[in-house]
Design a protein around this ligand. Structure first.
Ligand code: BES
Ligand code: ZN
Ligand code: ZN
Length: 545
């Protein structure tokens, strides 16, 4: 154990360096090998084959009627006994494990419930697949196979409930995302990772195969991006500094053929980013302005939209001089989840190659109390020229984003989206189930909302109409960085950002309540959730020419 003494300075440096080295190796959790096969699942040799089931009972008080989403007679026979017992109700996330299933080559068969057939959604498949992957871990199994669901058993009204491409995609996503636990900092960690995932779909015609294959490929990309985001959010503040975030973004961009520039203090001054700098200047860690650019092959079409993705990257938020209470402050290491979502989204975009130009901008800094820190009462001038009265230094996210949004416009962005763990008020309003969604443009917002059906993420639209504008009026400067009253805090923050989006269609995602999964589910462990990546990617794809 290390002694706390004056002589421990060198040791401290050594320990930090060691933690960082350790973290770098931990951050690169090896992704699972994934494959898609078209063959009879009953004939597939595997330690564990997972099969989905739904409950087709319709009456409110009727007993559950679990039905397998499989057309294989062999599989049906092997599960007949357990289904007859009524022990398994096919509730969402419910599982039952059978050893040596009769007639199957698999050593174990895992039945995974997806819940009521009547309300079955593709997201239930995502959750079912996550449950299957996670169920294998405590068993110490390194290989998992999941039978591609065949929805013949569903009533007529559900015939189209599971379109092949989307089903394939969400199944793959669910398994890859659900499988990863962020327990990388436990020195006695037992590695329980699953090394290989096989999706086994029945043999079918060429068109159906192509659809399932495409969904699978997309699922691998999107889940990989979400996991990358999670790995960034998971890092503690002593490892994930703005500089480190810049390095990880640079490495990702290099791997994926994206242009990436990481700027710091000097460039912030050149760009006159007074709001961003106000937050950054109290920290010994220099800020990072990360700019990632994706250009479609052959270049973007003239006059086509250019999308700007702006992320809040506060690698630790102490509140600054308006210091936060100690209790719960450790959570503020994930105050860069918006930035991580944008970096992850850029990775997915680089791999999915939509036909649209996308620029990802991350404003990263540490919010610290210090002799050099900004103070309540200070007036700072944002890059846009607006003078901001600082009322509370803990409302720092909107400050860094204000310069990020304005900068995005100067780079030619025609549509903006930002993601940020912005307000506690949003968590009070929506809890940890829905994240906040704000927009100054209904059509743009609706495009985003359409994508939610595919992403399965929950964003609830809250108002930011001009009725609320008075809340951020300042007597001293143009605007102030908090609302006059503490009521409607999430909207007040959105109103502040809206000033900087100006006339440009803009979406603001307040992910404060959803970036960290406090309650583990059968399909998603405790820890960073990777929220917003899937929805942002869907929104970007909706603009692809
Ligand atoms: N990073 C916080 C918001 C937050 C809260 C993120 C909970 C994740 C979980 C943000 O910078 C903040 O402190 N906001 C203040 C604003 C207030 C001073 C107007 C808040 O919400 O209390
Ligand atoms: Zn804050
Ligand atoms: Zn913050």
């Amino acid at each position: 154990m290390r002694e706390a003494s004056a002589a421990s300075f060198e040791t401290d440096i050594f320990v930090v360096a060691a933690v960082q080295r350790f973290a770098e190796t931990r951050a690169t959790i090896k992704a699972m090998d994934t494959k898609l096969l078209f063959e009879d699942a009953a004939q597939f040799v595997t330690p564990l084959l997972a099969i989905f089931a739904v409950d087709i009972a319709t009456g409110k008080d009727t007993e559950a009627l679990p039905v397998l989403l499989s057309t294989s007679d062999t599989v049906s026979k092997s599960t007949a006994r357990v289904l007859e017992t009524g022990e398994f109700k096919a509730g969402l996330g419910e599982t039952v494990l059978l050893h040596a299933p009769a007639g199957l080559k698999a050593e174990r068969l895992l039945l995974v419930g997806l819940g009521k057939a009547k309300t079955l959604s593709v997201d239930d498949v995502r959750k079912g697949a996550g449950t299957a992957a996670r169920a294998a871990k405590p068993l110490g199994l390194r290989e998992v196979a999941i039978a591609f669901p065949e929805d013949h058993a569903l009533s007529d009204e559900h015939v189209d409930a599971l379109p092949a491409l989307l089903t394939s995609r969400v199944l793959t996503e669910g398994a890859i995302v659900g499988e990863v636990d962020y327990d990388t900092y436990k020195s006695d960690r037992k590695d329980r990772s699953v090394h290989s995932l096989t999706v086994v779909a029945k043999e079918q015609d060429k068109t159906a195969r192509a659809e399932i294959q495409q969904g699978f490929n997309e699922g691998v990309i999107i889940a990989g991006a979400q996991n990358f985001t999670r790995s960034l959010v998971n890092e503690p503040g002593n490892v994930m500094t703005p500089t480190e975030l810049g390095k990880r973004a640079t490495a990702m961009c290099k791997q994926n053929g994206l242009k990436c520039d990481v700027h710091s203090t000097e460039r912030l001054h050149e760009l006159k980013m007074g709001a961003f700098w106000a937050v950054a200047k109290g920290s010994a860690e220099p800020p990072a302005l990360i700019v990632m650019t994706y250009e479609p092959e052959g270049g973007a079409t003239k006059d086509a939209p250019v999308l700007g993705l702006v992320g809040k990257g506060i690698t630790f938020d102490t509140g600054g001089i308006s210091l936060k209470p100690a209790e719960g402050m450790e959570k503020m290491k994930y105050d860069m989840a918006g930035a991580a979502a944008m970096i992850g989204s850029m990775q997915a975009i680089a791999q999915l190659k939509p036909k649209i130009k996308v620029i990802g901008i991350v404003c990263s800094a540490e919010n610290m109390p210090d002799g050099k820190a900004f103070k309540p009462g200070d007036v700072v001038t944002a890059m846009s020229g607006k003078a901001i009265e600082i009322v509370n230094t803990d409302a720092e996210g909107r400050l860094v984003l204000s310069d990020g949004l304005h900068y995005a416009k100067t780079l030619g962005c025609t549509h903006l989206i930002n993601a940020a763990t912005l307000t506690g008020a949003c968590v009070v309003a929506l809890g940890m189930i829905n994240a906040g969604l704000f927009s100054n443009d209904d059509a743009t917002c609706e495009k985003f909302q359409v994508g939610l059906k595919v992403s399965g993420e929950k964003f609830w639209r809250l108002p930011c109409t001009d009725d609320y504008r008075d809340q951020i009026k300042s007597q001293i400067a143009d605007i102030m960085n908090t609302g006059k009253s503490r009521y409607g805090g999430a909207t007040n923050a959105a109103m502040f950002l809206k000033e900087f989006a100006g006339e440009i269609p803009w979406i603001h995602l307040d992910i404060a309540g959803c970036a960290w999964n406090e309650e583990p589910k059968s399909w998603l462990p405790y820890g960073p959730s990777g929220i917003a990546v899937r929805s942002i990617v869907e929104w970007v794809r909706s603009y692809s020419a």
